[in-house]
Design a binder for this molecule. Structure first.
Ligand SMILES: [Zn+2]
Length: 91
């Protein structure tokens, strides 16, 4: 599908990059982000598997931390380990 490739390439140029998207995604878990940002992120996810996987992992871990493991029960070095595990996957 050559036409589709062109659209993807065009979109990739209009949209925020992976670094922006992953930052917005993790910020959005703490505070709602603006609508324009959100649209950019959603569109980016359509064409970028890495970022959509990152979002899923992040939400999954957040859910685990929030519901099953109270965050305080985790030693700080464990949290840091998880954070760097997530970061590692995206770049
Ligand atoms: Zn991306």
């Amino acid at each position: 599908m050559e036409g589709m490739e062109t659209v993807k390439t065009w979109m990739a140029r209009q949209l925020p990059g992976c670094a922006d998207v992953t930052r917005t995604v993790s910020d959005s878990l703490d505070a709602p982000q603006g609508f324009r940002k959100w649209v950019g992120v959603r569109l980016h996810m359509l064409i970028c598997e890495v970022c959509s996987r990152y979002e899923k992992q992040l939400k999954f871990i957040r859910k685990l931390l929030g519901r099953e493991l109270p965050a305080e029960s985790l030693p700080p070095e464990k949290k840091e380990q998880m954070r760097s595990a997530i970061r590692h996957g995206k770049s």
